[in-house]
Write a protein that binds this ligand. Structure first.
Ligand SMILES: [Zn+2]
Ligand SMILES: [Zn+2]
Length: 222
């Protein structure tokens, strides 16, 4: 058997349950992504005290109350992983993070991937957030996104101030929603999506993100 990420050969247990699995990741690759430790309870931004970070305090002051569970640091290994997954289209490597995503699964909630605009979906051919959401459980696409400008073109300040690109075409019957996205950078995307869902009738909205961009890091902005 070969590792899904580095393609080195590895030994795996040989049982009927493991016969058809193809999502093996070797111990060296498994330890590359950095799980988030102590940090802000609302967004995962690492800090030593576990207190709510200044960014989240600003969101709360705007009346935007959203808790986002982030799994891994968007450090060098995270950037490499996401670029391979999202921009090189190596969708199969989602299997390597599927167990961690599945472990977060709750019952009685609807998982809603953050959508791409039609134009972006045509270019990329898959929605990375949807692939990750499907690793957790059944999903529903309740949001639509209209293209404003690429996140890269907007820059950090532009992302903060752009108008909300998300709409909910029908009223939302399901109560509890967990939004799913790939990386939390400024938080604007998830707060805007959550705002639209609440406006449409969702009673409770939280979110899960695979990566948390770290303040003062040298990671490339997405
Ligand atoms: Zn490997
Ligand atoms: Zn925070």
């Amino acid at each position: 058997m070969r590792c899904l990420l580095c393609h080195e050969s590895m030994t795996v247990p040989w049982t009927p349950a493991t016969l058809w699995r193809r999502d093996w990741v070797c111990p060296a690759c498994e330890s590359k992504l950095t799980p988030l430790g102590t940090g802000c309870p609302r967004c995962g931004q690492p800090n030593e005290t576990g207190e709510t970070c200044p960014d989240c305090i600003r969101w709360l002051a705007l009346g935007l109350d959203l808790t986002v569970r982030c799994l891994y640091a968007y450090d060098e290994a995270g950037v490499d992983w996401l670029h391979r997954f999202k921009f090189s289209g190596d969708v199969v490597i989602a299997s390597s993070v599927a167990p961690a995503l599945r472990a977060s699964r709750s019952s009685g909630v609807t998982y809603v991937p953050v959508p791409l605009s039609k134009e972006r979906l045509q270019t990329r051919r898959f929605n990375q957030a949807e692939v990750l959401a499907r690793c957790i459980g059944p999903t529903r696409q309740l949001l639509e996104k209209t293209e404003v400008s690429s996140q890269r073109e907007l820059g950090k300040e532009g992302r903060r101030h752009r108008t909300n690109p998300f709409t909910v075409p029908t009223s939302v019957k399901c109560g509890k929603i967990i939004l799913v996205d790939d990386v939390y950078t400024t938080g604007t995307t998830l707060h805007q999506a959550a705002f639209s869902l609440r406006q449409a009738g969702a009673s409770e909205v939280s979110a899960i993100c695979l990566f948390r961009a770290l303040n003062k890091s040298k990671s490339r902005p997405i």
